[in-house]
Write a protein that binds this ligand. Structure first.
Ligand SMILES: [Zn+2]
Ligand SMILES: [Zn+2]
Length: 159
């Protein structure tokens, strides 16, 4: 269940890429960091998001939300796979992992940075490495490694 903003913002951002290729975005829960399939490039960013527990309804913000992209350009089309890492509620017992809700502004920033990476990695354009920083949320509690999917898998500390 993807937020619809992802698709519309992705279309706008990839419009500026060279016309001979169409680009599409797919969510994929199975990709993992540092093992892109052959021919695929990786891009990892951190962002902020809100989470909501489906057991108790409690919500919490986080500034440590990992987003993993894998991208590949073939002769005619480009594909981007994206996975957003989940968190679960610290108040509930065995609470289910919840997907982040990222603000449209931060989706815009993520995808703008992504398209810049595509230009560098897939079109070999000589662009600087500067990236637009994400907008942080006011977070009053420390990050909870035991309740973060990326921490549990050992990926979270980077970025
Ligand atoms: Zn809960
Ligand atoms: Zn974490």
């Amino acid at each position: 269940m993807a937020q619809p903003e992802w698709m519309s913002i992705f279309q706008i951002k990839t419009n500026d890429l060279p016309e001979e290729h169409s680009w599409r975005l797919q969510f994929d829960e199975n990709i993992v960091p540092d093992s892109p399939n052959s021919g695929w490039k990786q891009y990892i960013r951190n962002t902020s998001a809100w989470f909501k527990c489906t057991s108790c309804g409690r919500g919490w913000p986080s500034n440590r939300v990992m987003v993993l992209f894998n991208m590949r350009l073939t002769e005619r089309e480009g594909v981007v796979k994206v996975r957003t890492f989940r968190q679960n509620c610290k108040k509930c017992n065995a609470a289910p992992m919840e997907k982040p809700t990222i603000t449209p502004d931060n989706i815009d920033i993520l995808l703008e940075n992504l398209v810049k990476k595509i230009r560098i990695k897939c079109y070999h354009e000589d662009l600087g490495e500067a990236q637009r920083p994400y907008q942080t949320l006011e977070v009053n509690n420390p990050h909870e490694p035991a309740h973060c999917e990326a921490c549990i898998a050992g990926y979270c500390t980077r970025g």
